[in-house]
Design a protein around this ligand. Sequence first.
Ligand SMILES: *Cc1c(COP(=O)(O)O)cnc(C)c1O
Length: 842
Amino acid sequence: MPLAAYTPRSLPESLSGLFTLALDLRWTWHHGSDELWRALDEDTWEATRNAWLVLNSVSDDRLQELAEDPAFQNSYEDQINAHHEFVHANTWYSDDCPGDLGQGIAYFCMEYGLCESLPLYSGGLGVLAGDYLKAASDLGIPVTAVGLLYQQGYFRQAISTDGEQLEFYPYNDPTMLPVSPLRDEDGQWVRVVVPFPGRPLRLRAWKAQVGRCQLLLLDSNDPRNEPGDRGITSELYTGDPEKRLQQEMVLGIGGWRLLRQLDIQPALCHLNEGHCALALIERAFSWQEQQHTDFQTARTAIRATNLFTTHTSVASGFDHFAESLLRLYLGPWLETRDLTVEELVKLGSSSPTPGTENSDQSLNMAFLALNMSGRVNGVSRIHQKVSQNILQPLFPRWPAEDIPAEFVTNGVHTPSWDSPESDALWTRACGKDRWRRPLQISCPMNDVSDEDLWQMRRLQRSRLVHYLRRRLASQHCEQSPGNNHASACGLLLDNETLTLGFARRFTEYKRPGLLLKDQQRLLGLLASRDRPLQIVLAGKAHPYDHRGKDMIRQWKAFSRRPDVEGKVVFIEDYDLGVASQLIQGVDVWLNCPRHPWEACGTSGMKVLVNGGLNLSQYDGWWAEAWNSDVGWAIRPGATFEELGSSGEHDLSDAGELFDLLEHEVIPAFYDVDNEGIPRQWLQRIRASMDQLTATYSANRMVREYVEGFYLPMMEQGKQRTPETAAAIVSEYREILRHWPRLRFSAINASESEGSQTYTVEVYLDGVDEQRVTVELVAEASTYGPGMVTEMAMKHPLAGSAHSYLYECRVPSRPDGHYTPRLRIRDERLNLPLENSAVLWLK
Ligand SMILES: *Cc1c(COP(=O)(O)O)cnc(C)c1O
């Protein structure tokens, strides 16, 4: 529906387009309009990087003045024209995409990290969702994203003098955030209602424009709601499960209802993490209403076009809700539906098949998402393996490698992370349009000299040091008024020193304390006179993560040692703004998670475009990206089967990290020729920039989703007509009726010439043998890789009704290595996740 423009204040007629410019978050990566915001109100712009706030707080007099200033008027018009061109430009999707996405993709996520002035994120998941949306805009992919508008969001961090993390929750006035109320054609603010126990929950709808895409946001702070309900969308990731469920109801149920109210009928629904799984149930309900079917038919029809992306590496990372809580909250919503709370819980547990027993009395949101989706993917190749393991309960007795979890390695939105210097360099070497369309394999920068490249690195590093000194001055001097820290704060850090950056969530598996495992060795590196190292750290610990807070305290204490002061700094309140400064300026980005806990670990990708190098655990994306030309890996080649996930390797990893720093990283950085240029180091930068930047971009990631998932899934979706879905459901039900009585007997193996012939008798209880497949399965072992071999039906067994003999020949393995299983054979059950409906016979 066409929605009215949002004009909260009056502007001079000739500048009225500033509303559109300020509300399109394209300014967060495009920077063309920066000079306009600076001209309007430099202080506010520099302090907040919020164009919308600038526009709303500038005085009428100043606006009038600028309206009469020809220079301002000119650059304003340039930007308006550029914006118009941007909106109407051809894109990869309009010109080169091998298919049509119809009404587009609905993308659901609990958090979005688009810019520091829209604090709707906590960390990696949100930043990824933000980068995904920006890249979708660049490529012209029709995506409508759905999220929550938090009044406070994630906490803001300060650190006390003794290293204690302090948490603040400043209130964000939504009218000062770069979003607008979503109004319908009559100018009425769009509102969505979700049934809550004994009351309706009213939600207000907002819109953030992200280039060519939209992010729709919901919040519960409607004055007509009960006082307790108004705060449902206040904070992100509180520890309270009740609030969490309320939020997930708002996001999933409210989010899907909002799309419906706006008449958006997405062709596919993409869930970024399981928090939003209820959207898939609400989607099934809408489909039921339109098609007049039952729930199971709706589920079978829509799951073809539901995609679930998981970012979790441990089973305990999934949200669980107790059935009693669900009964209270979901009761009113399900009241008029043919889905009970018990059935819903079953859908979100490890035994989704009706009729099978279920001991788990809580709902796992990831399992629910999975049981409602056609496909699931992890976010790096290693994470695919990890996901296959943690999804194992849904696929009892399956060989892990057959579990149909796929992967799409994450990427970052390059134009959001490049520095002005690297932007200029890439433009010179590879053209202006390079990030907007698929990058041609590589751009080796042959025309860029070592001198220019090194100059860029030095400029970026000095800018970082300058930024850190300013930031530390307020952080540091404020805490110790009057003492000699104040004079020291200007002297922190050095422009020419090798700078190592570490910034991320302070949590145990990320091992922020790894360098502190050997303080003497670290002191040696910092104190070196001719080849020193300096370290910049940042990161928040979750308010309940005491170990994480402890690591902050340890670093803080270490950085205050007289022999360390000024060489190790901790920047408070890690957010997108801090991140963008760090990743532009550091020489080496360190990531040392406990293998294989890092699902992907995208922050290291952000340094690529700027010529930063990675020193990282061989985990997540780095296990795919690393080779010895582009950076350094700790424990290269590690596999998680050999490592497990315990902490027993911490000490040896720390040793390896120090070895790399001492013997490779530091010598390479300081190995300069007589012109002062570190040629080998630059060689590595070139290799890293050329080989990795395009591959680890969100541009590549989004295209992979479109070509590998969205388009083929939509094809499968088209085959799921209401009739087909209904037929699948009823035939499946019929087979399930017999299922408990099906069984194997007389399994037999005979050996000849290194192979074995297996036969098995199968009793089918009247199920047509055409409808089942019998397979012989072996897990990977020292005798060979995992194997699934289809058995051929030889003949019905004489004298015993509904029994058949199956046979196949396989390479010899010891007794007990092969197990038969039976699956429903139905070409229409062609979604990878529908294989979870496989039933094993005991
Ligand atoms: C990129 C980013 C992250 C995610 O980084 P990881 O490598 O996944 O730890 C978290 N927070 C911010 C502010 C970021 O910019």
